[in-house]
Design a protein around this ligand. Structure first.
Ligand SMILES: [Zn+2]
Length: 185
């Protein structure tokens, strides 16, 4: 069963790479297939097997021979290891599936934030949806604890935001983080 979680983690991790790469990159708009980040040629399915293809091709594109970032296998491997850790830590349940989904979402948010210094609202909305699903489909949360968590998360950071705005006279860029923290808590 652990192997299944590892493989699933690699596949979803590969999908996380697609989401991270496609964010704010117009070259993907006309193609639903995966593209080489350098030459923008379509990557064949057999060159797109998570981790395995990267190792077989020694981290290079088959078409243009350019190096492909180590980040791709890193994200896949990290996602797989996180899934495995969650599997060992939690019983098989809806809560486990929701936590796996949340961890992959956080992975996407982390790397998009690193690349573009932004936490997209639609990702925050999905965190809220996962929280609501956890509230109604599992008995791990109560409505009051969810509300407290959300308010404390938002309150703590929005307070920090307004202080920063007063001192720095600059538009605070951490509003996305406030909403993120509210959803996360
Ligand atoms: Zn290429």
């Amino acid at each position: 069963m652990g192997i299944l979680f590892l493989v699933l983690g690699l596949i979803i991790g590969s999908y996380c790479n697609v989401i991270i790469a496609r964010y704010a990159d117009d070259s993907y708009k006309n193609s639903k297939r995966s593209l080489c980040p350098k030459c923008k040629e379509i990557i064949a399915w057999y060159d797109n097997v998570p981790l395995v293809s990267y190792l077989l091709l020694k981290g290079k594109c088959r078409k243009c021979n350019e190096r492909i970032s180590i980040r791709y296998p890193f994200v896949e491997t990290l996602n797989a290891l996180i899934y495995l850790a969650i599997y060992f830590r939690l019983d098989l349940s809806i809560g486990l599936i929701l936590i796996c989904a949340l961890s992959s979402l956080l992975m996407c948010i982390t790397f998009i934030d690193i690349d573009h210094m932004v936490i997209p609202n639609r990702f925050v909305a999905i965190i809220f949806i996962l929280g609501i699903l956890r509230l109604f489909l599992t008995n791990e949360l109560t409505i009051s604890s969810a509300l407290y968590g959300g308010l404390i998360g938002y309150g703590f950071f929005s307070n920090h935001c307004s202080t920063y705005r007063c001192n720095g006279r600059r538009r605070c860029k951490a509003n996305g983080s406030c909403r993120f923290l509210a959803g996360f808590c």
